[in-house]
Design a binder for this molecule. Sequence first.
Ligand code: GN1
Ligand code: MG
Length: 338
Amino acid sequence: MTLEARFREVGRRFGIPDGARWSVLPGGHINATRRAQWAGGDVLLQRVNPAVFPDPEIPCRNGARVLAHLAGKGFPIPQAVPAEGGAPWLKEDDGCWRAFAFLGTHGGAERTPERAPEAGRALGALLAALEDFPASQLAPALPGYHALDHHRARFATHRQAERALGPEAWAQHGELEAALGSDPLGGPTRVIHGDTKLANVLLPSAPGLEPVVVDFDTVLPGTLAMDFGDFLRSVASPREQREAEAAGALLARLGAAGAAFLEPLGPLPGEPLPALARAPAAMAWMLAQRFLTDHLEGDRYFAVATRGDNLQRGLATLALAHRLLRLAPALAQALARP
Ligand code: GN1
Ligand code: MG
């Protein structure tokens, strides 16, 4: 059975009628997502990929627990649509299926990068709201996820990497390795979102509505540097491509978005700004190695349309990491300004 036929079959069990109009929601590299619209409804149905998540029910369960915690605090959250019998998700042989009401009043923040401070503030407020969430309720969804040493070691096993990257990128990789030191994503442990790219913050397209953060598959005990760094690497390159932009303009965007992220968190003892300012480079460097490793291992993790996509993503993200490293001292100063 094709994936589209599976969406229709599973969709019925979430109350989606046969006559619904289906469309693909692109953007994610891992899970398959479709939108179903009909006269009485508008639903996003998603299959959590079992080839990536060893137990795809874990991200469904972790996410539901965090959403319940946030709902209890009145935090705006995506509204889950239950399956038959009120089940919160369906565990099937081909993955874990779950549905949410489609938010037609909002749009992904990657479409409006100039509104990145709004997205940053929503993410900072989210992390503040997760401060009292018991981390013991979370099971690890992906072993080694956000563990820089894990991804470094795996990338380093690939002897053909130097030739695949070419001299310029290989030199950038070496510089990042030397400059970032042993633990550039350290800091006090806290519950984090784990995928704070712009596309995971839905911004309202009409006044009077709040932003909504989505994609809680990767909530985990981690550090502020991870979510903060991943957010700013996404602000720097919302579409993961090399984007020509003057250093001054990029720095101004990162400073404004980063300050907005930190603001709801209040004073942060144990989180020195010079270290936080290097986190975007460290997160970009880790993601670059993940893309490149996947290219060298045959594209088993990040979906590709064409062979070579993960190499291109990896090279663009490596160049971005290199650029973010050079901007880090100035970013620390921009974040320190009142
Ligand atoms: C993956 O599938 P998506 O786009 O939500 C990845 C993130 C990366 C992101 C880069 C579970 O997220 O870590 O930052 O791609 N998620 C997982 O676009 O590996
Ligand atoms: Mg994600």
